[in-house]
Design a protein around this ligand. Sequence first.
Ligand code: MN
Length: 135
Amino acid sequence: MSQEILPKQPTIKNPPEQFAGDVWVDPIVAPQDGDQRATFALVKFAPGARTAWHSHARGQFLRVTQGVAHFGTRDGALITAHPGDTVYVSAGEEHFHASAEGTFMEHFAMLENADDPSTTTTWLEHVTDEDLAGH
Ligand code: MN
């Protein structure tokens, strides 16, 4: 047993293979002990920036803290979320996250790792402008 202040992690620029536009992540929480799975991060999107299509093995919770966020799924459904909104994406649901045009957007992202952490998130192709419009 212990308690401690964890070392601060540097802000990371997310890779262009998985993000279009400038997106940074501040890692906050990663598993420390035993069978812990939870990860928690603050993600910052420049105006118009977006993730590629992807899914999470155990789903994901997203709490918008700044700006205006769009979350889309393959059926064309688009959720527009504002600070204070928490969005849930179920396990395996292919989706994207984006900032609205003209505004930065920040959200917290919480998820649980898969048994093999390398399969926690499955990355797919980039999002098109049509995808962003919900078609
Ligand atoms: Mn996601």
